[in-house]
Ligand binder design. Structure first.
Ligand code: PMP
Ligand code: GLN
Length: 386
């Protein structure tokens, strides 16, 4: 996140995409789909542009998108949200998360985070002048020790950030973990900011938003995004839902970040959010196939990755490959693979602060949001390089 003199650096994702471009390796580093977004949604965007939806949208987002999101939350999770006061559209989950955190944090506040985590959380906590209190998700199962979770909360805790399903580890939160978080957030009067951008990429069981647990809704801001569900990470349309008293603050901050998300694209996403259940089933089936190609390929290469339960990422302990490559960390192996095996991944240590970094130095993250032929070729090239 920071250079030696404490200046903020650009993201690891840019760095890894540049590495893939420089070496010509398949980019399984930055998580973005290489296949098209749904045709119907793309056509709806063209129609919205032609229809002249080219000026500022309302800060909160266009009413039809907010209504579609409310209907989605009701259908999938039984949540009854008021589209007017409990939902706000953002420029991607990125802005939704930033506005959520900036709206609740004051300088000196503490924020409980689970490591490894998406890099944005650490950056925004810094912008707010708050302090991250990290709890490690312990490999190889990437579950936290409940005692560590409790010990991280204090009277200074203002928020806790959950990401479920979890990037980078591909795990999903257990019911016990969710319950403990709600209990602790209640006891310490903390806001739960939950990043559920992979809500529709859960391979086993049903996704349970933490906001649906008893006592949670009133202190929870739930963030999601069209980028993942509709394979359109470049559209920058996301949203936040929660109780009116918290959404009010998010809206105020968001007004001064992007003002509003892209107007024509909001019209198209409003249509996409209302796609029938078969759309979501196909999405998941396709992702399951992609996951299996990657995981089986890694297994054939002699690795033993845990099967991802959600997201479009897999992680693997790659230490068995060190001797062959003459390296001693996943970070160095990642560079070796980029040069010699035609595959780029991201070391999991890039998602971890100083204190816990050694726990993850053997783990590499690989994205499987790529076409099946691309994944097959990447795995064949990896096998050939051994
Ligand atoms: N949270 C997580 C966990 C993510 O993986 C990503 C995207 N990679 C985001 C947030 C950002 O989403 P968006 O592109 O909608 O801003
Ligand atoms: N969310 C994507 C990932 O984790 C990338 C997002 C980005 O490039 N900022 O790989």
């Amino acid at each position: 996140l920071l250079d030696a003199s404490g200046r903020l650096l650009s993201t690891v994702f840019e760095e890894m995409t540049a590495l893939a471009q420089r070496t010509g390796a398949v980019n399984l580093g930055q998580g973005f789909p290489d296949f098209p977004a749904p045709e119907r949604m793309v056509n709806a965007a063209s129609e919205a542009l032609a229809a002249g939806h080219n000026q500022y949208a309302p800060i909160k987002g266009i009413p039809s998108l907010r209504t579609a999101i409310a209907e989605h939350q009701r259908q999938f999770y039984g949540l009854d949200l008021d589209a007017e006061s409990q939902i706000i559209v953002s420029a991607g989950a990125t802005e939704g998360l930033a506005a959520s955190l900036l709206s609740v944090l004051e300088p000196g506040d503490e924020v409980v985070v689970f490591e490894p985590h998406y890099d944005l959380y650490g950056a925004v906590i810094r912008f707010a002048g708050a302090t991250a209190v990290p709890v490690p998700l312990l490999p190889p199962r990437f579950t936290p020790d409940p005692d560590d979770v409790r010990a991280a909360f204090s009277p200074r805790t203002r928020a806790v950030i959950l990401n479920d399903p979890h990037n980078p580890t591909g795990t999903v939160a257990s019911p016990e973990f969710l319950t403990q978080l709600v209990e602790l957030a209640t006891e310490f009067e903390a806001v739960i900011v939950t990043d559920e951008v992979y809500e529709h990429l859960r391979f086993t069981g049903e996704h349970t938003p933490i906001a649906t647990l008893p006592g949670a809704f009133d202190r929870t801001l739930t963030v999601s995004s069209a980028g993942k569900t509709f394979s359109a990470t470049g559209w920058r349309v996301g949203w936040v839902s929660g109780p009116e008293h918290l959404i009010r603050g998010v809206t105020a901050v968001k007004s001064y970040l992007s003002h509003s998300a892209a107007a024509p694209l909001q019209h198209a996403v409003a249509e996409a959010v209302g796609f029938p259940p078969e759309f979501y089933e196909h999405l998941l089936d396709d992702y399951r196939d992609r996951r299996d190609i990657l995981v089986n390929g890694l297994r054939e290469a002699g690795l033993n990755p845990p099967e991802p339960q959600g997201t479009f990422f897999a992680v693997a302990d790659v230490s068995d490959h060190y001797a062959l490559a003459g390296v001693s960390t996943a970070k160095d192996l990642g560079e070796h693979w980029a040069e010699n095996a035609g595959v780029v991944g991201i070391p999991v240590s890039a998602f971890v602060g100083e204190a816990n970094r050694d726990l993850y130095s053997d783990w590499l993250r690989l994205a499987f949001c790529k076409r099946a032929d691309v994944l097959r070729k990447a795995m064949a090239d990896l096998a050939l390089s051994l």
